[in-house]
Design a protein around this ligand. Structure first.
Ligand SMILES: O=C(O)C1=C[C@@H](OP(=O)(O)O)[C@@H](O)[C@H](O)C1
Ligand SMILES: C=C(OP(=O)(O)O)C(=O)O
Length: 438
């Protein structure tokens, strides 16, 4: 296959001939890996990331930090076990060019890091990265003392003229289009001269668990953070300046990437076990235990992991997904196969994710015979008998896995560019066929 053909290649989504019964080892969390890389790079001593996710988004993050001077070595952990990245912090410097791909975490978390570099750091990425919201980060960094040349739209491509330090201080932002604006400012803030006080002024704020993940991970490396959850004002976060510790951190499995496998148990009335499901976590994917139970499954969380069992019935759901927006494509796919209608709400910001996910899900499910309509902030899904056809993915990993879920129950679904799952789960096709025992 010629290199470009991968984008138009069609993958015949496997149809399940019976109930699945599988154990699926899900690779590490994208969100945890990329936060851990940033925090380790800003620490005052070396650290380890054990079982990091190796996918397009995390390799872009590691590559970007390396171009700014950080050492990231392949290796084994301090006890001699486990695949590990050893991160060696160093003085950050430019000139350097960062490729953000279409990774929200890279395009938002790294401009604040770049303000601490000595020299210009240019940011560029996939065409879609030019359309994704970034103004909140750019404007906030300017208020905090940074010099940034952008394209006047407040978007990529841009150059951060790092001067080796940033004043920091108080900043107001509207993060209603992405929680990553808040996370980005907090992650680098221990290294700002005055730390930071971030005040979110917008009417809504999506993906709160991801902000809690940022706060928890900052605290775990020694940062002092005041947050709304710890008794602070709503929508206000404060980070005190200070040195960060190098840690030995084992990355949790990516619970959002566990979604298609749990969905397979639900859709086929089977059973899937995901080892190492954390007992406590800030990952939004943990909400699947509740959401997929309401949709017809049941689950048991043990020391070994999560065992999720389908009953054979799939029910529709009326749910606000604003906290867990990245679960929407997988929930929509299951909802299209349910025995009653669903309403998914609170996710208008998905129109500016990897693709316009609300439009893409509506179009692709309807082209298979479905009945989906967009609302102002989500989807109405009325299940209909579906038929085979091409499921376009718009370079969106979660569209590809959503199509694969439908393919389990509907013969003849062909997923365009399944390779796009490499953004966060390069092993997806193999894990999927392995789960099905193919
Ligand atoms: O901080 C993070 O790791 C993420 C935050 C969320 O972004 P938005 O708040 O932009 O939806 C989520 O959708 C994305 O997949 C990962
Ligand atoms: C929205 C997502 O990614 P990103 O980190 O690029 O925002 C996602 O993974 O669903």
């Amino acid at each position: 296959m010629a290199p470009n053909d991968v984008h138009t290649a069609l993958w015949p989504a496997p149809h399940a001939s019976g109930a699945v019964d599988a154990t699926v080892h899900v690779p590490g969390s994208k969100s945890v890996t990329n936060r851990a890389l940033v925090l380790a790079a800003l620490a005052s001593e070396p650290g380890w990331l054990r079982r990091p996710l190796r996918s397009r988004d995390t390799l872009l993050m590691a590559g970007a930090l390396r171009t700014m001077g950080v050492g990231i070595e392949e290796g084994v952990g301090p006890d001699g076990t486990g695949e590990t990245w050893r991160v060696l912090p160093a003085g950050l410097f430019g000139p350097a060019t960062v490729d953000v791909g279409n990774a929200g975490t890279v395009m938002r978390f790294l401009p604040p890091v770049a303000t601490l570099a000595d020299g210009p750091i240019r940011f560029d990425g996939d065409p879609r990265s030019y359309e994704r919201p970034l103004t909140g980060v750019i404007e906030a960094l300017r208020v905090l003392g940074a010099r940034i040349d952008d394209d006047a739209r407040g978007a990529l491509p841009l150059t951060v003229h790092g001067s080796g330090a940033l004043d920091g201080g108080l900043v107001e932002i509207d993060a209603s289009s992405s929680s990553q604006f808040v996370s980005a400012l907090l992650l680098s803030a221990p290294r700002f001269n005055q730390g930071v006080e971030v005040r979110h002024t917008g009417s809504t704020l999506p993906s709160m668990p991801h902000i809690r993940m940022t706060v928890d991970m900052l605290r775990a490396v020694g940062a002092q953070v005041d947050s709304p959850e710890s008794g602070g004002e709503p929508n206000v976060w404060r980070v005190t300046p200070g040195a960060l510790l190098g840690r030995d951190l084992t990355i949790e499995p990516d619970l959002s990437n566990a979604q298609p496998f749990l969905a397979a148990a639900l859709v086929t009335g089977g059973k899937v076990v995901v080892p190492d499901w954390p007992a406590r976590t800030t990952q939004p994917g943990d909400r699947l235990r509740e959401i997929f139970t309401e949709m017809g499954g049941s689950c048991e969380l043990t020391e070994y992991g999560l065992e999720f069992t389908g009953s054979g019935a799939i029910h529709g759901i009326d749910v606000d997904l604003s906290e867990v927006g990245e679960l929407t494509p997988g929930i929509a796919a299951v909802a299209a196969l349910a025995d009653s209608p669903s309403t998914l709400r609170g996710v208008a910001h998905l129109r500016l994710h990897e693709t316009d996910r609300l439009a893409a899900l509506t179009k692709e499910i309807n082209e298979l015979g479905g009945d989906v309509t967009e609302s102002a902030d989500g989807l109405h899904i009325r299940p209909r008998p579906l038929h085979g056809g091409t499921f376009h993915t718009y370079e969106d990993h979660r569209m590809a896995t959503a199509g694969a879920i439908i393919g389990l129950a509907v013969k003849g679904v062909r997923i365009e560019n399944v390779a796009t799952t490499a953004k966060t789960l390069p092993d997806f096709p193999d894990l999927w066929t392995g789960m099905l025992g193919a």
